[in-house]
Design a protein around this ligand. Structure first.
Ligand code: SF4
Ligand code: SF4
Length: 435
């Protein structure tokens, strides 16, 4: 009989504590999503995926395919599918992993990266441990350092993201995708061919098609779906193969269309329509969208990379050759991306204005994760540009814990009240009576 050393017993106890806390937090946020009224039929499959990954600490459903971890929407999933693997987005929103990462990463690193460091440190999260390879696009210093940390015990490859998007940059990024292709082939043991790459485009394209329909339906007034529910659907995409996610979304879209026919909406109240943008909002760190909707607003649109940005822009193939497809991926990854990591962010302003117009947005909540400089830098410019349109905007800084919830609630509530006051008197009366 083996006698366990003291160190082993201590480690076991620490691991158990970690698992208990992690699963408890994830279950709590799932419950809060479920408690928000009028979720559409079909959303259960997405909840189940989040539950499987974070509450049951299970694996991504990939059949026998390998998984490749990615850390930014600028990694083309088509290429991973073409190599016979399934991409899994590993940017983390986990509070428990964050508290572990806090002791191994520098104080001023962002919580997203600290949470990734925490999962690496514990080695307890199957979705991370299962990866045959991880791809880390270098978009900020935090990403650069986490790539180094992860490579201590995982096959990590980095992608250099250019600061600008001119033709030379795209050329250079295309070259990197060819190199990435070879590494993927080595990690998965599958060759990327014209056929497999076309199939990768088909899978992602199908998911994007369903997403475009979902976004069309989400824009309807009166509202058919709450933004928090939409964000749960979008977050689940990180852990589902694209075609499986697309099929599940197809069912939600059908339910939403049926609701239109039956005149069933989330509410008939005129809730202030909020655009949520800024640093990534990754489950279970969904306290901000939940707070917006629990305090009487509606997240009518989001411009975040675990939300609509993640899959919005399809790659446009103008030359149906293998090289043409790789170039289409390079162009799609870099040119339209509204991430503030680029030096020139006029595209970001353009996209925000477009979302404001299309979704009749009345106020913008700009989320900054503590230590996320790229987003924080942008805030002033966005505030200035939106000010010219008369759109109120607030900057909300948050961390991966629940200590700031009350402070966030007070600020969000005040912001929503301000928007109500800006509405016409008749409309304001309606909103007040409805509450
Ligand atoms: S915020 Fe920017 S750098 Fe971070 S994952 Fe999203 S697109 Fe990539
Ligand atoms: S872009 Fe911001 S949130 Fe993302 S890794 Fe960098 S600092 Fe963290």
């Amino acid at each position: 009989m083996t006698v366990k050393s003291k160190a082993d017993t201590l480690k076991e106890r620490q691991d158990r504590r970690f698992i208990n806390k992690e699963t408890h937090t994830a279950a709590k946020y799932l419950r809060r999503l479920e408690e928000l009224s009028n979720a559409p039929d079909g959303i259960e499959q997405f909840y189940q995926v989040l539950k499987n990954i974070y509450v049951e600490m299970g694996h991504t459903e990939t059949g026998n395919q390998k998984t490749v971890g990615t850390y930014c929407v600028m990694t083309p999933p088509e290429l991973i599918y073409a190599a016979g693997a399934v991409p899994v987005k590993l940017c983390s929103g986990n509070y428990t992993a964050f508290s572990v990462g806090d002791s191994v990463a520098p104080r001023d690193a962002c919580p997203l990266v600290k949470a990734v460091a925490g999962f690496k440190q514990t080695g307890l999260m199957p979705v991370y441990e299962d990866c045959s390879m991880m791809i880390v696009p270098i978009t900020c210093d935090c990403k650069k350092k986490i790539a180094g940390m992860l490579s201590e015990n995982c096959n990590v490859t980095t992608l250099h993201i250019p600061a600008s998007r001119n033709d030379e940059d795209i050329e250079e990024f295309t070259e990197q995708l060819y190199q990435l292709m070879e590494k993927l082939e080595k990690a998965t043991g599958s060759r990327i061919t014209f056929e497999s790459l076309s199939e990768g485009f088909r899978k992602v394209g199908y998911a994007q098609y369903e997403l475009s329909e979902f976004i069309r339906l989400k824009k309807q007034i009166p509202y058919l779906i709450r933004g928090s529910h939409a964000m749960a659907i979008m977050n689940a995409a990180a852990y589902m193969p694209a075609d499986m996610w697309g099929k599940a979304l197809h069912k939600v879209n059908a339910a939403l269309r049926k609701n239109i026919a039956e005149n069933k909406t989330v509410t008939t109240k005129k809730l202030p329509r909020i655009l949520l943008t800024g640093s990534p909002i990754v489950f279970p760190n969904i306290k901000i969208p939940l707070l917006i909707e629990e305090t009487g607003g509606i997240v009518a649109a989001d411009e975040t990379c675990m939300g609509e940005r993640g899959m919005w822009d399809p790659a446009v193939i103008t030359d149906y050759s293998f090289d043409g497809m790789i170039r289409a991926l390079a162009n799609r990854a870099v040119r339209p991306c509204p991430c503030p990591t680029f030096a020139d962010n006029s595209q970001r302003i353009y996209r925000l204005k477009q979302l404001i117009e299309e979704n009749q947005i009345q106020g913008v909540i700009y989320h900054v994760l503590r230590g996320c400089l790229v987003y924080d830098f942008e805030y002033r410019r966005i505030e200035y540009e939106l000010g010219k349109l008369g759109i109120p905007v607030i900057r909300l800084e948050s961390d991966y814990n629940e200590e700031d919830i009350e402070q966030l609630r007070i600020r969000i509530e005040a912001f929503i009240e301000l928007i109500k006051l800006k509405q016409t008197p008749e409309k304001r009366t309606t909103v007040r009576r409805d509450f």
